[in-house]
Design a protein around this ligand. Structure first.
Ligand code: FES
Ligand code: FES
Length: 163
């Protein structure tokens, strides 16, 4: 299939990529843009490993055509740490501190889904956290530690008075 040049805006940077109309966003992000933090597990919308944030909403990049994402603001796990220092975000640190990361394959998707949740709802309940992560699978941690890490982050932020 003939390739065409399009521009994708990822983590506030424009990338010109040559793709076919059938190319999947997850593949383009990983292969063309070389941002390999976004993982591709099932490739069918079942595992959540490929979650990115598009225009503020968590989306499964394995189900999106890259060509349909022109003009949208895409954020990947690489855009979550401090862009200048590379320091992990407080939420990422909470995942590490609470044993919510083992093999790490699901972690980028978990962080993107929970970041999107916390941006629209800074004080989610446990049920709201579980619901937001219901499309993200983890084979290692048993899920409980991930929810605890997010809760701990929310509680620490409330205690510090920072919103
Ligand atoms: S790779 Fe996209 S949901 Fe599994
Ligand atoms: S940490 Fe291994 S799948 Fe979640």
């Amino acid at each position: 299939m003939k390739k065409q040049l399009i521009t994708l805006t990822i983590n506030d940077q424009d990338y010109e990529v040559a793709i076919t109309p059938m190319d999947i966003l997850a593949d383009v992000i990983r292969r063309e843009v070389q941002l390999t933090g976004t993982k591709k597990g099932c490739g069918e919308g079942d595992c959540g490993a490929c979650t990115v944030i598009i225009d503020g909403k968590p989306e499964l990049s394995c189900l999106k055509l890259a060509i349909a994402c022109q003009g949208k603001k895409i954020r990947t796990i690489e855009g979550i740490a401090d862009p200048k220092t590379g320091e992990l975000s407080p939420l990422q640190k909470s995942f590490l501190d609470h044993g919510a990361v083992q093999c790490g394959f699901c972690t980028p998707g978990m962080i993107m889904s929970s970041t999107a949740l916390l941006e629209r709802n800074p004080n989610p309940t446990k049920d709201e956290i579980k619901k937001a992560l219901s499309g993200n699978m983890c084979r290692c941690t048993g899920f409980v530690l991930i929810v605890e890490a997010i809760e701990a982050y929310v509680n620490a932020k409330a205690e510090s008075g920072v919103n």
